[in-house]
Design a protein around this ligand. Structure first.
Ligand SMILES: [Zn+2]
Length: 259
């Protein structure tokens, strides 16, 4: 069994065949899916999918760094309102949050402020965080180390940094999110995962993005997570069943799914 710890299957890319996509995920052995939010415009879609099967889906609520712009204060107010939390079943994490300086660094200071706000919220409420990091590892680490983050944990999703960075993440007690990128040529991830403990690895798709080989370039979906597990099994020379079992346990531990 597998857990897809990061999927945007509530996105419009799945409007025509969402039920079939979920059936394929279940048939492929994906027992649970975590749905991270983007911003105020995605809450309703996220909420209605999560409510449609409260056993199968968990939710992360948060403001994505690429949605941080001039209106970030209103976004934070909406996302962290009681009314928004009341709309969302099974909130298990704050996410996705972080910094993204790849597309646009205009709002770098605002991204830092928003990340700090959300880390503090998660810490106060006892939620793990789902971190999105693109071209911003040192900036994120600056924000993380600026405050007292005692007890805070989470995952750096879709990890794309090198081993040294991964070691810092794991030493903080955070997990490394591994998805389709593991299967790409030139990826640093095979080196990274072979040098960190498997107990620090979570599997994810980030669907509809970043489909693994042999589906690369197509819309990604949770059933493709088996390709990631198989590749990890090859890289680590361990049984695929063992990979699935351990990474599933890791996800259950982080997100409190052992209920
Ligand atoms: Zn995402």
């Amino acid at each position: 069994m597998l857990i897809d710890t990061h999927s945007h299957i509530y996105a419009e890319e799945f409007d025509l065949d969402r039920d079939e996509t979920i059936s394929r995920a279940k048939a492929a052995g994906v027992e649970h899916i975590v749905l991270p939010n983007i911003d105020s415009s995605s809450i309703e879609r996220l909420s209605s999918l999560a409510k449609s099967d409260a056993e199968y889906f968990s939710v992360a609520n948060g403001l994505h760094p690429t949605s941080v712009g001039a209106g970030y204060k209103a976004e934070l107010e909406y996302i962290y309102s009681d009314a928004t939390f009341a709309m969302l079943p099974n909130v298990v994490a704050i996410g996705e949050i972080g910094m993204d300086l790849y597309w646009d660094d205009t709002y770098q200071d605002e991204q830092k402020y928003v990340l700090d706000f959300q880390l503090s919220y998660a810490q106060e409420k006892g939620f793990p965080v789902i971190i999105h990091c693109r071209n911003a590892f040192s900036q994120i680490m600056d924000v993380m180390s600026a405050g007292d983050r005692n007890g805070l944990t989470g995952v750096f999703h879709c990890f794309s940094e090198d081993y040294e960075a991964a070691k810092r993440v794991v030493d903080m007690g955070f997990y490394i999110g591994v998805g389709g990128v593991l299967t790409y040529k030139k990826s640093l991830l095979p080196d990274v995962v072979s040098r960190i403990p498997l107990s620090a690895v979570l599997l994810e798709t980030d669907s509809p993005y970043l489909a693994p080989v042999p589906h690369r370039g197509k819309r990604n979906e949770s059933s493709f997570l088996t390709s990631v597990a198989e590749k990890l099994s090859l890289v680590l020379a361990r049984d695929c069943s063992e990979i699935c079992e351990i990474t599933t346990m890791n996800a259950k531990k982080l997100f409190g799914l052992l209920r």
